[in-house]
Design a binder for this molecule. Sequence first.
Ligand SMILES: Nc1ncnc2c1ncn2[C@@H]1O[C@H](COP(=O)(O)OP(=O)(O)OP(=O)(O)O)[C@@H](O)[C@H]1O
Length: 262
Amino acid sequence: MEGLQIRAFHSGYPKRKVIENLNVPQLPRGKITVLLGPNGCGKSTLLRSLAGLNQAQGELWLNGEELTALPFVRRAEKVVYLPQSLPAGVHLHVLESIIVAQRASGSYGGSATSEAEVMALLEQLGIAHLALSYLDQLSGGQKQLVGLAQSLIRRPQLLLLDEPLSALDLNYQFHVMDLVRRETRLRNIVTLVVVHDINIALRHAGHVLMLQQGRLIADGAPEAVITAESLAEVYGVRGRIERCSQGTPQVLIDGLVAEPGL
Ligand SMILES: Nc1ncnc2c1ncn2[C@@H]1O[C@H](COP(=O)(O)OP(=O)(O)OP(=O)(O)O)[C@@H](O)[C@H]1O
C-alpha cells in the first residue's frame, strides 16, 4: 500500500504517555499533510517518534515497508526529521553543512554534481548568497531555510518538518510552502508538516490531521477537518471559514468560545 499507515501507535517519555493508540489509515504520497493541534498536544513527540528518535510501540508502514523493523541507519535514509531549531554551536559553512547532510544520506554523487545540486537548491530557497556564511552567524529565519535545504538534499521518502515556518516572514512562508508542495509532488513523497497557522493549512495542505491531547480527532481533506466546530472544540475559538477573492478558504476568528472572566 502507498503512503504512510500508522497502526496502534503509542509514544511518549518514561513518565509521560503522550500519543495513545494512534491509527491513521493513510497519509498520502505527493501531497503535504499538515499536523494541527494546540500547544502540548503531542505534535513534536509524534514527529520524533515517526523518525525513531523517541520510544514508541506500534506499526509504521511506509509504501508497504514496516519502518520500525528496520535498523536505525536504514530508517534514517528513508525518514528525515527537521526539528524546530538547528543544533547550536556548529561552525560550518552553509554549503559544507548541506553537503555533509547529503553524504550522510547516501545521495552523494561526487563533488561536482553534489555542489551543483546543493547550489541549485539554495537558489530555489533564495539563500545562494549565504553559501559561504557560517551557520552560527545566520538569522533565525536563514537557519530555518538552511535546515530545510539539509532535509530536502537527503531525498527522504518521508519528510517530517516541525514548525518550519516559525521564524519566516510572510513572503518566505508562502514561498517555502510552495516549494515543499512542489518537491513533495515531484518526488512523490509523504510530507508531514507541523504548523500553527490554520490559514497556511487551508491554503497549502492536501490533507490534515488534527490532534488533541495525544489523540487523533480528525483526519481528511483540509476543509473537512478545519470547521467552525473543530476550531471551537480543539482551540476554544469562534471561527468562520470565508473565501478570499481568489476562492481560497480562510479562517476568520471572532473571539473565544468562552471569554475568560465574562
Ligand atoms: N523530553 C520530555 N520529557 C517529558 N515530557 C515531555 C518531553 N518533551 C515533551 N514532553 C511533554 O509531552 C507533551 C507533548 O509535547 P510536544 O512537544 O510533543 O507538544 P506539541 O504539540 O509539539 O507542542 P507545541 O505546539 O507547544 O510545540 C507535553 O505535555 C510536554 O510537556
